[in-house]
Structure formats: C-alpha cells, structure tokens
Design a binder for this molecule. Structure first.
Ligand SMILES: C[S@@+](CC[C@H](N)C(=O)[O-])C[C@H]1O[C@@H](n2cnc3c(N)ncnc32)[C@H](O)[C@@H]1O
Length: 223
C-alpha cells in the first residue's frame, strides 16, 4: 500500500467516526463540484477541528478569508451561538454565489455574510465599520498575501483571539531555502511574523491525510 493510500484510509476511518459530513455539508461539496469549483476545501476532519477550535474559543465573531464554496464556513459557523456572526471574504463572485447557496441550505444565512472582492480591499472597509473584535480568524486565501492578512487579523482581533493559517507546509517547500515561489515566500513571511511578533504566540503543525501532506499554524493574540 502506498503511503498516501494509507493516509487516505486513516482519514476515512477518523472521518467516519468523528467528522462525518451531514446532508448540508455533503450538498455543499456536491454543488461546489457541479459548479466546477476547485477541490481545495479543508477535509472533514480539518473542518471539525475548526469547529472545535471556535467552540473552545467561545467564538461569537469569526472572520474567514477565502470562502470557496462555503465548506469551512459551514463548519465554523456551526460553532457560533445564536447571536454570533461570521464574515467570510471571497474574491471570486462565482465562488461566493455557490457559497451563499450552500450556507443558506445549511440554515446559516442569518449568521453568515459573504463579502465579494479582493480581501485586501474588503478588509479596510470592514475595519471602517468598527466591528466587534473577531474571536477567531481563519486565513485560507491567496498565500502570497498571508503576511498582510495576518496584519489585518491583528488589527481586527483582541487579546486572546485565535488566528488559524492554513496550508503552511506547501508540500515541504516552506523549509526549502532554494524555493522562492510567491506562495512560499508569503507563507514563510507569515510564519516568521508569528515567531517574532510581540503580540503573537504561535506554532505550526504538519498534517497528512486525504489532502496529502500539508499543515496549519495557530497563533494566539497576546496583550
Ligand atoms: C483554499 S480556497 C478556500 C477554501 C475554504 N476555506 C474551505 O476550506 O472550504 C481559497 C479561496 O480564496 C479565494 N481567494 C484567492 N485570492 C483571494 C483574495 N485576494 N481575496 C479573497 N479571496 C481570495 C479563492 O477564490 C478561493 O475561493
């Protein structure tokens, strides 16, 4: 058996017992496929982790950067209390349209707002509205802008907020000094910013599974 087949099998086992998609999540993936969206959403076990992190955090306000078809959005929004709110930023109008339908089918449209446009344009507009500090920020968009998203996350959060940065391993390229691609440089800059910033305490974890070899970083905002 190949290594990646083994990762898939173990992920299937964990998913079956711990993070099974319900009708709304299954339909979200089916409709995303039907609309031709890329299959770059988080896995079910990762979605469950996001939900658990938001629950542990007691999150009432969540910011997501990178909606795609709303799969991770649904996992996260399910952690919210009745008066909670999630803002998700998505560049592609087509992705956002699919996501809005998927989120409505999951019964979360009252709590979730998808804003269309480049996140670096949506974020200053959001800040101008003086929203309550976000308790959790999930960054999962164009990796080249990761350091900018981290800066914005710091501005829009409070002491104790949690920032999750996805796909930080880039197939191992993140640690290859010869690698200079934009996504890797953006990810490295974000990791190094977490390591050196006086208001951030963080770590990064490598993962294997149905999404191959990757990983995520977690950072807590400090006083
Ligand atoms: C990896 S996917 C997000 C997956 C989603 N979080 C999930 O797990 O279901 C990245 C998304 O970020 C969007 N994106 C890329 N560049 C962006 C930008 N500059 N501003 C906002 N969204 C962007 C892409 O269109 C894509 O839908």
């Amino acid at each position: 058996m190949s290594e990646s087949q083994l990762w898939d099998d173990v992920d299937d086992y964990f998913t079956t017992h711990l993070a099974r998609d319900d009708d709304a999540l299954e339909a979200a993936l089916r409709d995303s496929d039907a609309a031709g969206l890329p299959r770059i959403h988080v896995s079910a076990t990762q979605g469950k982790l996001l939900r658990l992190l938001a629950e542990i955090q007691g999150a009432r306000y969540i910011l997501e950067i990178g909606t795609l078809g709303g799969y991770s959005t649904i996992w996260l929004a399910r952690a919210l209390p009745g008066d909670g709110h999630l803002v998700s930023l998505e560049h592609s109008a087509k992705h956002a349209e699919v996501a809005v339908r998927n989120i409505a089918r999951a019964g979360l449209d009252r709590q979730v707002e998808v804003r269309v446009g480049p996140a670096l344009e949506s974020l200053p507009k959001l800040a101008d509205e003086n929203p309550p500090p976000f308790d959790l920020v999930f960054i999962d968009a164009d990796k080249v802008n990761n350091p900018h998203y981290l800066e914005w996350a710091l501005r829009l959060t409070r002491t104790g907020s949690l920032i999750v940065l996805d796909n930080v391993v880039r197939g191992g390229r993140v640690a290859d000094p010869a690698e200079t691609a934009d996504d890797v440089r953006g990810t490295r800059a974000a990791i190094e910013m977490i390591g050196g910033h006086p208001r951030l305490s963080g770590t990064a974890i490598q993962t294997v599974g149905s999404k191959g070899y990757d990983g995520f970083a977690l950072a807590r905002v400090r006083a």
